[in-house]
Design a protein around this ligand. Structure first.
Ligand SMILES: *[C@@H]1O[C@H](CO)[C@@H](O)[C@H](O)[C@H]1NC(C)=O
Ligand SMILES: *[C@@H]1O[C@H](CO)[C@@H](O)[C@H](O)[C@H]1NC(C)=O
Ligand SMILES: *[C@@H]1O[C@H](CO)[C@@H](O)[C@H](O)[C@H]1NC(C)=O
Length: 306
């Protein structure tokens, strides 16, 4: 996570503004949610545009991504994301809300492998973002529109995961994440946004990274070690690692040693499995933005069933 991101204008109202979201006029909430979705769609559209511009069908095939119609499908994903951008932009303009514009991003050094890894991250994040926002949308037409985007993002995710030889649908329920949780992960890819963009009530939590000795996937029941920023002040008292699930978040006690956090991955048929999220909290029954210490971290978990 880049420190500069946390201090940029888009986050200025951050922490204090978040609760206000649900108290505002309903049309305001929907505008905020659509702009939040548009922020993610811009990120995805730019990412795939750059990926396709940089590498040809032959480049991906040479890297092992040579399944039937692989590149055509990747191009279709790029078109879908741009279409989502255009659709949300038009919907916001129609509602009299200023749509956010594209930011500048840092996707790291692009290779076919890194593109697929990042694609898997952003598609899974998109699914969790739409799922988490769904309950807050007040206009039923917007809800249907958001739902129809969500299902397509989920199919993109399955396609990408399948081509990475990972289970395309690793668990029976997908995981909803809230604005700040999603933004914390998206912000790792955002360098800066136009000052003219409407301010969104989102903030990024301190980062929780996988320790350098961790290799993914990890099995349920195994211990996983995370690393906090070296200068991070860890709160006193017991800490927990939360694994959010649609069926009820599961918690593990965190073993804290300096800036290293170790916890056991919970075992459950309902997950965590596949692209999963781990959040360091001070509470072992509920995760809120207020009791979040750091994260989410993205963890790839393999079930015994897979
Ligand atoms: C596709 O890639 C795999 C892995 O690199 C390779 O074993 C296989 O021969 C390739 N297939 C074709 C049709 O090029
Ligand atoms: C990874 O490193 C941490 C210490 O930094 C250690 O506690 C943990 O046991 C290690 N895990 C593995 C799987 O090597
Ligand atoms: C977690 O939050 C719940 C609900 O706010 C509270 O009842 C409980 O005491 C908290 N637990 C800890 C360990 O802080």
């Amino acid at each position: 996570m880049k420190a500069s991101i946390i201090s940029t204008a888009i986050l200025a109202t951050a922490a204090s503004a978040a609760p206000a979201l649900v108290k505002r006029q309903s049309s305001d909430i929907d505008g905020v949610i659509l702009n939040y979705a548009l922020t993610l769609e811009h990120l995805e559209a730019t990412f795939y545009r750059e990926a396709i511009a940089k590498f040809s069908e032959q480049d991906f095939a040479a890297a092992g991504f040579n399944s039937t119609n692989f590149y055509k499908n990747l191009q279709e994903i790029a078109r879908d994301e741009q279409t989502h951008v255009d659709f949300l932009t038009a919907a916001l303009l129609k509602a009299g809300v200023t749509p956010v514009q594209e930011c500048t991003y840092d996707f790291g050094t692009l290779t076919p492998q890194s593109i697929m890894a990042t694609a898997s991250l952003v598609e899974g994040l998109g699914v969790s973002a739409y799922l988490g926002a769904a309950a807050l949308i007040t206009n039923k037409d917007y809800l249907t529109a958001a739902g129809s985007i969500l299902t397509v993002e989920a199919r993109h995710d399955s396609f990408i995961r399948g081509n990475l030889d990972m289970s395309p649908f690793p668990q029976p329920f997908d995981v909803p994440l809230d604005f700040d949780q999603v933004y914390s992960l998206a912000a790792t890819l955002i360098k800066s946004c136009p000052a003219s963009n409407p301010t969104l009530p989102v903030k990024a939590f301190p980062s929780l990274s996988l320790a350098s000795n961790m290799t993914m996937p990890i099995m349920q029941g195994e211990f996983i070690t995370f690393e906090l920023a070296a200068d991070m002040k860890v709160p006193a008292g017991p800490l927990f690692v939360a694994f959010p699930l649609a069926t009820g978040t599961m918690f593990s006690s965190a073993i804290v040693k300096d800036c290293m956090i170790t916890a056991r991955v919970p075992v459950s048929f309902y997950g965590p499995a596949g692209e999963s999220f781990a959040i360091l909290t001070t509470n072992d029954t509920v995760v809120t933005d207020d009791n979040t210490v750091a994260g989410p971290a993205v963890v790839e978990i393999q079930t015994y069933l897979a």
